[in-house]
Design a protein around this ligand. Sequence first.
Ligand code: SF4
Ligand code: SF4
Length: 328
Amino acid sequence: MKKVVFFTDIAKLPEALSFFSLENFSGKKVPVKLHMGEKNNPYFVKPDLVKRVVDELKKTKAKPFLFDTTVAYDGSRHTKTEYKKLADLHGFNMTNVGCHVVIDDSGVPTSIEGRTFEVADHLKAATHIFALTHVKGHIQSGMGGAIKNFGMGGVTKETKIRIHDSSYPTYQKGACIYCRVCAEICPFHAIKVDEESWEYNEEKCFGCGACVDACQSKALSFQDADLQFLLACSAKACVQEKTVIYLNELKRIAKGCDCDPNAGPIICPDIGYLLSDDPVAIDKASLDLINEIKENVFLTVNKVNPLKQIKYGEEIGLGSSSYKLIKL
Ligand code: SF4
Ligand code: SF4
């Protein structure tokens, strides 16, 4: 059973890390994989927490650097130059954090479950990685945790686009009974159903899969696969055969993602920090702790069940959803 260490006081980080053989990172170039925040989003991981992690890595003589990838949509993180400027604006620089920032825009094709994912160059080259994840809601996957940090954040723009496009619904008219369930569940009003017509607006669709899951008549299916399955596969492409320590921050838990300037309200009180060497175990523990306080809050606010990425991650061997919680 995997260990997940839970602590609420960040001063206990060194003690929590003592469960995970940090000394093995000595001498290694270590990407600290994190999301450095979209412009105007207030919730992303803050530089003071990042500095604590960097300091602990440096104590082992590791050579950490902050790491993320460019995004497919226009904005402040679309190119390496723009993202580095924004990271600096958000306080991620040598002065505040004690290491430099690397942004990748290209990657190496890596095959998982019969599909190819382009893993960012610096992740592909690394043997040891530190994953620093702010846990929050997400409109397409219900929740964004460690799996999503790599599944979407560890790959190239081209792979990000392909993951999104592959999870759009396809419709089989012959199977449809016009029950309207899909239209009612779609968070973005992308489907309209009348007595004998079914209309879909791809412009409004975010590929969350809620309609596919809800259709009992099997009239809807994914163009390729569920977004959450592809996220788990993509995460596995990034971390397989590597030594990774995962730190999940359960604070400022908003409805939406750190890539959203309008991430919505805080939907759960601050909980604390989790540490593990398993992305599935740490995301399951994060979800369990949040559900203890606000039952099914991600499913309620985003209408997408975040448990799917955990289930898929376990099925493809990304990690284990069984864990032992050690409270410090
Ligand atoms: S849920 Fe399925 S059967 Fe019902 S209207 Fe939508 S596509 Fe048709
Ligand atoms: S995939 Fe999600 S956003 Fe797209 S139509 Fe279905 S429910 Fe709506």
